[in-house]
Design a protein around this ligand. Structure first.
Ligand code: NDP
Length: 251
């Protein structure tokens, strides 16, 4: 818990489920105002209703520039400048490279990499301005252990996460000197909806991924939210630049 209430103003992408939802819940519980971004408006409306006036549902698609522009306007109209951006929106679509699934590759690259960049483009200036005013300002990117460890059929997903991890590291060189922190989080197996979009039964929840869940025992989304709450509540001169967090049984 926090000795003082969290007074941050945040945008969390991927807030319709999984880690993004858990992060939004935790930040609001700690006192922050949080804009909830994802595509499923019904999910966001239900979550916002549950969390109360400090939560704002902003349906948006991070792969669509017009949608991100509209979301930026809505957030600014409701909350003004933000000081915390969490990029949690992501998709994971494993398949053998031989299948040549350009559709899946494009979705992963556009969501996991370009989507994060669109959000940084929309809200990075807020973070810089907030820090210049003496506030604590954070960019948090949810990458994956898949950025570091190769896994068969996850080549393109891993490549998008390696790109996001490198992006976080590189942005510290532009943001750090202006007092904006960048934290990259690389979780291992976590119990969310991520695997439900896999269209290859052998690799999905009833196949390889499900077997991993059974063997390893996943983290919970709340475990990740706890790390975000911790990293973003350090004194402003302390930047936890990377957090790699795995279930204890995940080698
Ligand atoms: P979920 O599928 O539960 O959450 C992903 C969220 O992203 C959903 O709320 C989804 O909502 C949103 N999203 C997807 N595409 C878009 C889009 N185009 N625009 C806006 N929002 C979008 O999975 P997780 O919580 O696990 O995923 C969160 C992050 O964690 C991802 O980046 C993932 O790669 C990463 N990660 C997950 C791990 C795991 O084991 N679960 C391990 C390591 C990293 P909607 O469909 O409504 O848009």
């Amino acid at each position: 818990g926090h000795p003082t209430p969290n007074t941050r103003t945040a945008v969390v992408t991927g807030a319709a489920s999984g880690m993004g939802e858990a992060i939004a819940r935790r930040l609001v519980a700690d006192g922050a105002r949080v804009a909830l971004l994802a595509r499923r408006a019904d999910r966001l409306a239900a979550l916002a209703a549950e969390l109360g006036p400090n939560a704002l549902a902003v349906p948006a698609d991070v792969t669509d520039q017009d949608s991100v522009d509209a979301a930026q306007e809505r957030v600014h109209a409701a909350f003004g400048r933000i000081d915390l951006l969490v990029n949690s929106a992501g998709v994971m679509l494993p398949n053998p490279v031989d299948d040549g699934r350009i559709d899946e590759w494009s979705r992963m690259i556009d969501t996991n990499v370009t989507g994060a960049l669109r959000m940084i483009r929309a809200f990075g200036p807020d973070l810089v301005a907030a820090a210049a005013d003496g506030a604590t300002a954070d960019l948090v990117d949810i990458s994956s252990i898949g950025a570091d460890v190769v896994f068969p059929h996850y080549a393109v997903y891993g490549a998008t996460k390696a790109a996001l991890t490198q992006l976080s590291a590189a942005l510290r060189s532009e943001y750090g000197p202006r007092d904006v922190r960048v934290t990259n989080i690389e979780p291992g197996l976590t119990d969310t909806e991520l695997g439900t979009h896999i269209d290859n039964p052998a690799l999905g929840p009833d196949g390889q991924l499900g077997a991993m869940f059974d063997t390893i025992g996943p983290l919970t989304a709340a475990d990740i939210a706890d790390l975000v709450a911790y990293a973003t509540s350090r004194p402003r001169h302390v930047n936890l630049r990377q957090l790699v967090v795995l279930p204890t049984r995940q080698a």
